[in-house]
Design a protein around this ligand. Structure first.
Ligand SMILES: [Zn+2]
Ligand SMILES: [Zn+2]
Length: 370
């Protein structure tokens, strides 16, 4: 991660990867964007796509597109969904279900988009798209099947909404319903669960030979007082756990775009996003355009910085910049954010635009995303 204060602060993040988490901002400044989060637990890799603007998936390999587990839409203004056809093309026939999330209205909008093609060659195709609408009155999940041409919304579940929208053994995703005028916009926070592993160095230090007893250490059903035999010596599980187990705090990333805060949503954001280590947030409007920001239900640079200072991430990445500004204008916006929250950068992928000398790329060159 880049250092917080240097003589000439860099505009872009040094890296988009920390241990176990890669956050790739797709698309370029002034154009549509999306964010691809890749979480690696050491045993499994989970890929989450946040929004899907025009052309954003062009830089993602087809094989990787097919491995995206879920698409989490903030809302359905066209700049957030224009690139969805590319995702559908890669995934309509896959075995593993596709999970989609979005605000009220998601079922109808996504079904219309899925039905916007001729599906006469899909008999027996296994594809399933499981769509959850995140609403104040609950989580409403239906399923569409490729083999039916997505014609039928099969009810799956309706559950109360209290923040959590998805979880696996390795991660959780919480959501906040934000104000974006006539539409809700959903903010998401994904967190890896803490992982507990055996410290191999400690094992060697204690000269203990690995064996089936190691599994018992990690079994939460077994009490600390239980005694196991290790190479002829009795040990309590509690002592072994204290000596050998290492717990790694999971990575986390929040995604916020196209919204303005209200007192109610700010409290919800603090409840669900506090302690989130990375935050990716829109920066559509500079402070000079506060009126337009209010009219269009967006944040200003200062309000982005203020919100970040309340949520306290280790790192804030601002994106979704409008083409109303030029490069100098975008840098001014970042300065405004930093006046309230210094640990803010543009995405690593945009170094070619903001720091061409450092990256060896001239301004305006085509951007690449990972
Ligand atoms: Zn937008
Ligand atoms: Zn919008």
């Amino acid at each position: 991660m880049a250092s917080e204060s240097t003589a000439t602060p860099s505009f872009t993040l040094e890296s988009n990867t920390t241990s176990g988490l890669t956050v790739a901002v797709l698309g370029s400044p002034g154009n549509d964007n999306a964010v691809l989060c890749t979480l690696n637990s050491g045993e499994n890799i989970t890929r989450l796509l946040f929004d899907c603007g025009a052309g954003c998936l062009d830089a993602v390999r087809f094989r990787e597109l097919q491995q995206i587990d879920a698409v989490l839409f903030s809302h359905f203004h066209i700049d957030h969904v224009s690139g969805f056809d590319t995702f559908v093309r890669a995934n309509f026939a896959r075995e593993k279900p596709v999970y989609l999330f979005g605000p009220a209205g998601s079922h109808a909008i996504l079904q219309h988009r899925l039905q916007g093609f001729l599906w006469d060659l899909v008999d027996g195709t296994p594809g399933r798209f499981v769509v959850t609408e995140i609403r104040r009155d609950g989580l409403f999940t239906v399923q569409f099947r490729s083999a039916e041409g997505f014609a039928v919304a099969h009810p799956v579940a309706t559950t109360p909404f209290v923040g959590r929208v998805f979880e696996t053994a390795e991660l959780t995703i919480d959501a906040v319903i934000l104000d974006h005028g006539k539409s809700d916009s959903i903010g998401y926070c994904v967190r890896q669960r803490a992982r507990t592993n055996v410290d191999r160095a400690a094992l060697a230090r204690l000269a203990l030979r690995s064996g089936p007893w190691l599994k018992r250490l990690l079994d939460p059903a077994l009490a600390d007082g239980e005694v196991v035999d290790v190479g002829g010596t009795p040990w309590t599980l509690g002592r072994l756990r204290a000596e050998l187990l290492l717990t790694t705090v999971g990575e986390s990333c929040g995604y916020l775009t196209d919204f303005r805060t209200t007192s109610g949503t700010e409290a919800e954001l603090q409840r669900l996003f506090s302690g989130c280590r990375r935050l990716v947030c829109e920066n559509n409007y500079g402070d000079e355009d506060a009126e337009a920001a209010l009219r269009n239900n967006h944040m200003t640079s200062s309000s982005v910085g203020e919100l970040a200072s309340k949520l306290g991430p280790e790192c804030l990445v601002v994106f979704h910049l409008t083409d109303k500004y030029d490069v100098a204008g975008w840098k001014r916006l970042l300065d405004e954010v930093r006046s309230r929250f210094p640990r803010a950068w543009f995405p690593h992928e945009w170094a070619g635009v903001f720091e061409p000398a450092a990256s060896g790329v001239s301004p305006g060159s085509a951007l690449t995303s990972t």
